[in-house]
Design a protein around this ligand. Sequence first.
Ligand SMILES: [Zn+2]
Length: 318
Amino acid sequence: MSKAFASSGDTAPKAETLETVGDGIWALTAEGDPNVGAIEGEDFLIAFEARATPLMARRWLEKLRQHTDKPVKYLVLSHYHAVRVLGAAAFEAEEIVASAETGRLIGERGKEDWDVEFGRMPRLFDGYEEIPGLTWPTKTFDQHLSIDLGGTRGTVELSWLGNGHTSGDIVAYVPSQKVLFAGDLVENGSAVYTGDAYHQDWMTGTLDRVAALDVEVLVGGRGHIAHTRDESQRAIELTRDFIRRMFTAVEKVKNAGSDIKDAYLAARAELLPDYGGMPVFEHAMVFDVQRVWDELDGKRPAIWTVERDHEVWDRLTK
Ligand SMILES: [Zn+2]
């Protein structure tokens, strides 16, 4: 049976839900599509993630404007993936903030990633013709940046916690309210895309450091918001379970001397009962297994191109 490439067959619109997750903190979820958020400062806003196009970003901002009309001073990007960054122009932010590593990755592979993600998930790119070009951070940091919210509102702590979903992911943590925006380092009720990941670092030290934060509300990259301490920890462990079981299944097949197609079938069979019904499962599995395979060979994440995307898809699924 041949499957539609990646998520190209997924064209039904998703319902978007704006939730107030703290005092002056909002998140927009969309049934497994990329989540976004905003944090209110004394006289400005910090937006977390930009969505894939300015049009998609404006739809989010219109909902946010029912709660606050403060200007967006900082647009924080958790990592370089196109569906998270290319809508940046709509925010008219003073600063676009990301890790220095994310800035480097945008220079190295931003254009290829734009092409690839458009091909994989066209539904997320409504209004794509309006994208003005690559999104470049204007303010970067290596490990940690603290933003003062003004008044008595406390701070937002941006941290790079280790290699994970990419080598540049950061999280945004509001200590005064114990709210965490974890980006794609944590998914809650969605399959986990790892095509650019460092699985071994992610499922050990990096997720340990996420789990060590004192969190009562966790907004992951995709899926539901976790509203309690327990739910937050469960979301982290769900992400770890997906990565570990997939990694182990691929490693076992590879060590036995079989080929990558067998590894794909084994990893898919391992995860299907628990994760098969979740968003982007079939899409993610193919690219994930290729990346596990390469990581086991000691390679850095290769740049996905449209050509490589289809070559890997066909080799594993047909
Ligand atoms: Zn991502």
